[in-house]
Design a protein around this ligand. Structure first.
Ligand SMILES: *Cc1c(COP(=O)(O)O)cnc(C)c1O
Length: 421
């Protein structure tokens, strides 16, 4: 099949070799997936998920059994008191915006102790001026940079916490930065330190891309809220929309009032028949996430072998599903993305081209042949066309597809004459 699908003997052999070298790592990823699969299954059984939970509701959506049960399942999976899991949460940024704005009042300050926040949050907070930002409501923001070795600047953080510091925003994944991703344990140490200085401060974790990569989550280590998108890991590739916030009862209540309206809170929000995909996606998420982690490590190994700089490398521990490869030239970056696109189940016949995306200072090339538009737990890649020509990619609903995608990217580089084998 591989040669029929355009892979040369040398690329197939390279893939075989890399896979062989990763056997032990893949076993431990499977073991984590097995544990997390049981964690999800246990929560579903405990909360008596039934066929009645899959019924569509319309209008106000009062007494929605499926929605209420799903939120209890999420709360149990993340070991929190409560959860808000909704089709009305449109994406990860929206979930984060709800969590931030629910918990602060005029005069309060948000602090990021891990350097810059995710790009889209700059406008939510008002770091970049934006209509309706928290800055317009009199909320201030401060950040403490990481130390040069990537660790927390505890002294700087101590100095930055003051009377008005109300909420701490901690981004787990490196996102599109070159810092490292934090483990739930590391985040736990940071939270313990901060709560030691100011016990009533709210610690919120942007958990995007981190769910189910480890057996534990930041909510196991004192986070008041963990927040993420359902078109990433926890949607398991099936959720067509949505976001989640899991946390303390008080936080979730406040978030629900912010999402719907004061006085209404969690009581409204019809499910429109989407819930089967939320349940089934969550059920599949541990193994889907494992496929994405394997794909990322496989890519790291392959591109290391080819002499490219990769971040993280194939041996480092992983706390999210994102992989960066420094390709070094526009030709190589475009060939890489073409290869990923040509491996997709959807739109495999189109050729990605760089374009001037709003908000970016260089043309960006993207590859995504996904069932759910924009879903990044499905194999997808992008990169800005500027030095050092990094490709960032993530996802892979199944290991065979993730592996094939990476091998197709190598084939594309070979065909373009960028590499020789
Ligand atoms: C994807 C992501 C977001 C935003 O999610 P969207 O669904 O794209 O709005 C926020 N933070 C991190 C770390 C992310 O990876």
């Amino acid at each position: 099949m591989y040669s029929e699908m355009g892979l040369s003997e040398k690329v197939i052999a390279l893939g075989k070799e890399a896979e062989q070298e990763l056997k032990a790592r893949f076993e431990s990823i499977d073991e984590t997936a097995e544990y997390n699969a049981m964690k999800v299954l246990h929560a579903m059984q405990k909360n008596r998920v039934s066929e009645a939970c899959f019924a569509a509701t319309t209008g106000y959506g009062y007494n929605d059994l499926g929605r209420e049960t799903l939120e209890r399942v999420y709360a149990d999976v993340f070991h929190t008191e409560a959860a808000l899991v909704r089709i009305q949460i449109t994406c990860g940024t929206h979930a984060l915006a709800i969590a931030l704005s629910a918990m602060v009042r005029p005069g309060d300050e948000i602090l990021s102790p891990v350097g810059k926040v995710y790009d889209t949050l700059e406008e939510v907070i008002g770091i970049r001026d934006s209509v309706g930002s928290l800055k317009e409501w009199g909320v201030t923001y401060n950040q403490v940079e990481l130390l040069p070795d990537g660790s927390f600047d505890y002294e700087g953080i101590r100095k930055a916490i003051h009377e008005n510091t109300r909420l701490i925003e901690i981004q787990r994944s490196k996102g599109y930065l070159t810092r490292k991703t934090f483990s739930p344990q590391e985040i736990g140490e940071l939270i313990a330190f901060i709560k030691g200085i100011k016990p009533d401060v709210i610690c919120m974790v942007d958990n995007c891309y981190g769910e189910f990569v480890e057996k534990v989550e930041p909510s196991d280590f004192g986070a008041d809220m963990v927040v993420g998108s359902l078109i990433k890991n926890p949607g398991g590739g099936l959720a067509p929309i949505g976001g989640y916030i899991c946390g303390t009862k008080a936080c979730i209540e406040a978030c629900a009032y912010r999402l719907s309206a004061p006085g209404l809170g969690q009581e409204v929000g019809a499910n429109l028949g989407i819930l089967p995909s939320f349940y089934q996606g969550l059920f599949l998420s541990p193994t889907v996430t494992a496929s994405a982690v394997k794909t990322a490590i496989f890519a790291a190994r392959i591109y290391e072998k080819l002499g490219f700089r990769v971040l993280p490398d194939s041996r480092e521990p992983r706390y999210d599903v994102i992989q960066a490869v420094t390709l070094g030239s526009p030709e190589a970056l475009c060939a890489f993305c073409k290869g990923i696109q040509s491996a997709a189940p959807v739109d495999s016949f189109v050729t990605p081209e760089p374009w001037d995306m709003p908000g970016y200072d260089a043309p960006v090339i993207m590859a995504a042949g996904t069932f759910v538009s924009g879903s990044s737990i499905e194999l997808s890649a992008d990169g800005p066309l500027k030095p050092p020509y990094n490709a960032y990619f993530q996802g892979g609903l199944t290991w065979p597809h993730g592996k094939f995608g990476i091998l197709k990217s190598v084939q594309a580089l070979l065909d373009a004459g960028v590499i020789t084998l």
